[in-house]
Ligand binder design. Structure first.
Ligand SMILES: *Cc1c(COP(=O)(O)O)cnc(C)c1O
Length: 220
């Protein structure tokens, strides 16, 4: 069944469930370039990858108007491999990483858009800044500390659970922080929601969802 899944159809079905103002990042990790191209041909331009090695292998195989988003934990020493072309790094989870992104952006004479990834899940395994750290980083940014990055918003991943109420609480929590920070400087992007919970996320104020398996089928 999943072998024959028409991914273009799945993609269009997802798009139809989203309010027009909500941005869709198609998560293409583990998918070959041909499959990404199929979705690209439907008009999609934003794709998310979680590993640098995989991204730099696919990048030259695909059209150059794709806006690549890095959505997974990023090691500081790998920023240099993507700094020239990455559109947005959604997974900034430390000051050290943000400092390096700023440094590399300057080297390539550009600004790199980033989201601060905030830890909202109960699980220990998820990366992300504590609320207080996110606030501090954002304040330093407002004070001019990272002139070559643009913090456009926040990203978060809810707990992996069937308990929709818990997921909702976590999303609402992040939305609250988003509204707080937006008062200091307007933010555009609240990235929350994946295949299993994106509708809940949208109800909680997500402006940007990251969907992979609901389009491509389950990853092996
Ligand atoms: C893999 C991944 C997704 C997409 O997950 P699906 O369940 O396949 O939609 C979204 N966000 C992040 C950070 C991911 O690593």
């Amino acid at each position: 069944m999943s072998e024959n899944l028409n991914i273009a159809q799945e993609y269009k079905a997802i798009l139809q469930t989203l309010p027009p103002a909500v941005q869709l990042t198609v998560v293409s990790k583990t998918q070959p370039a041909e499959k990404i191209k199929e979705i690209y041909d439907q008009g999609q331009r934003i794709f998310g990858e979680n590993r640098v090695q995989e991204l730099i292998e696919k990048f030259p195989l695909l059209p150059n108007d794709i806006q690549w988003h890095l959505i997974g934990h990023l090691q500081t020493n790998k920023v240099k491999y993507i700094a020239e072309f990455i559109d947005t790094i959604q997974s900034v989870d430390s000051e050290k990483l943000l400092t390096e992104i700023d440094r590399q952006a300057e080297k390539f004479n550009r600004k790199i858009k980033v989201l601060l990834q905030v830890r909202i899940a109960a699980e220990e395994t998820k990366f992300g800044l504590e609320i207080s750290e996110a606030k501090e980083l954002f304040q330093e940014y407002l004070n001019g500390k990272f002139p070559n990055v643009e913090i456009t918003g926040l990203m978060g991943m809810a707990t992996f659970t069937d308990n929709e109420n818990q997921v909702r609480q976590e999303f609402l929590f992040l939305k609250q922080l988003f509204d707080q920070l937006s008062k200091l400087r307007p933010l555009t992007t609240l990235s929350m929601g994946m295949s299993d919970d994106y509708m809940t996320a949208v109800e909680c104020g997500s402006t940007s969802v990251r969907v992979g398996s609901a389009i491509f089928g389950r990853r092996n």
